[in-house]
Design a protein around this ligand. Structure first.
Ligand code: SAM
Length: 211
């Protein structure tokens, strides 16, 4: 994602009640924050938050947490959050590497990865959100029947991910190299990046992984 510094982003985030600070240890207590036992779905690398906010409005009985590394991007999602009256969305500004420090085993029901950074250099493969190293982290926090759902326009990253799933000891429930011309498109919610790529005529790859 092209990053433009947003003046005061850090301060806005610090002052926003919907951003849970990493140091506020909510591990094992997320249901208390939401005030119910509804399932918890994460989007990692949420960007400006269109996908997450759309899902939250559609599914008030699901709790959503958007995870984003950069303050300057997260503030855009906070603008959308300010216009939303529901109480089923919170955010974390953090690197997903530290997921297991923030969520207890089995606390999360689903993880969405949308248009994740490709990290094309081989020596950076461990940073890809669909690397076996990251699946280990997902394994630590996801419920036994939890799923990871990944979309990307990037075919090399998708091919890598299809190989990593079994290497990590996970299984593929389904996958497609062209989501928008497949049976899986029904109910699909587009992300900011997806809207742009679809308009350019690029096929979108999608996989669903489980253990
Ligand atoms: N998901 C959005 C979409 O589809 O429109 C944004 C996609 S953008 C290419 C990837 C986002 O993931 C960026 O905002 C980036 O800062 C974030 N990101 C990448 N690696 C991350 C990590 N390890 N932890 C948290 N966020 C990460």
């Amino acid at each position: 994602m092209r990053l433009r510094a947003v003046k005061g982003a850090r301060e806005m985030i610090a002052a926003n009640d919907y951003v849970i600070k990493e140091e506020t240890n909510m591990k094992g207590r997320w249901s208390e924050l939401f005030g119910n036992d509804n399932p918890i779905h994460l989007e990692i690398g949420m960007g400006k938050g269109k996908f997450l906010m759309t899902l939250a409005e559609m599914n008030p009985d699901i709790n959503y947490i958007g995870i984003e590394k950069f303050s300057s991007v997260l503030v855009r999602a906070l603008e959308k959050r300010a216009e939303y009256e529901g109480d089923n969305v919170y955010f974390l500004r953090m690197d997903a590497e530290n997921l297991a420090e923030v969520f207890a085993p089995g606390e999360v029901d689903r993880i969405y990865l949308n248009f994740s950074d490709p990290w094309p250099k081989e020596r950076h493969a461990k940073r890809r959100l669909t690397s076996r190293e990251f699946f280990k982290r997902y394994d630590q926090v996801l419920k036994a029947d939890g799923k990871v759902i990944f979309k990307t326009d990037n075919r090399p990253l998708f091919d890598f991910s299809l190989e990593e799933v079994p290497e990590a000891g996970w299984k593929l429930e389904n996958y497609t190299f062209d989501l928008h011309n497949s049976e899986y498109v029904e109910g699909n919610v587009m992300t900011e990046y997806e809207t742009k790529f679809v308009a350019e005529g690029k096929p979108i790859n999608r996989l669903v992984a489980f253990r």
